[in-house]
Design a protein around this ligand. Structure first.
Ligand code: UDP
Ligand code: MG
Length: 138
């Protein structure tokens, strides 16, 4: 069993599709073992996305990610990291395969509905960025 970190982004919470996205996650066989709705400050969003600092889309991404509520989650399942990346679909929703979350609910970049960790190291970092051990109930 593996764990990954997920975020339902402000564009998706504003569309009121948190439950629809969670249904896709659960139908895919992933289990939501931690979840909370929060709002990031621009400082928090900047730190979370520090790997992208200096890229042309960084400022817009930080602004968008702090513009409204997000839902942060930990998902558990077999190969959860790659499984959830596949369920999310391509970064740009225009290229996202049919049946993926980004194809269903994404808009124009940076609005692509969800985030998912891209490696074991990023999953560990991102889970501990938002959750303490007592908030994770597998
Ligand atoms: N993003 C953007 N323009 C780009 C690339 C990325 O607005 O050209 C945004 C988008 O919201 C994406 C986030 O920045 O989800 C992080 O980018 P990354 O390359 O890590 O994509 P992801 O891992 O989310 O698929
Ligand atoms: Mg990424």
């Amino acid at each position: 069993m593996e764990r990954t970190f997920s975020m339902i982004k402000p564009d998706a919470t504003s569309k009121n599709v948190t439950g629809a996205i969670n249904a896709m996650i659960e139908s895919a066989g992933l289990r939501i073992i931690a979840q909370k709705r929060i709002r990031m400050t621009p400082e928090q969003a900047g730190l979370f996305y520090a790997e992208h600092k200096g890229k042309p889309f960084y400022d817009g991404l930080v602004k968008m990610m702090s513009s409204g509520p997000i839902v942060v989650q930990i998902l558990e399942g077999e190969n959860a990291i790659t499984h959830y990346r596949a369920l999310m679909g391509a970064t740009n929703p225009v290229n996202a395969e049919k049946g993926t979350i980004r194809a269903a609910f994404g808009g124009e970049l940076p609005h692509n509905a969800v985030h998912g960790s891209d490696s074991e190291q990023s999953a560990a970092r991102e889970m501990s960025f938002f959750f303490s051990q007592t908030e994770i109930v597998g």
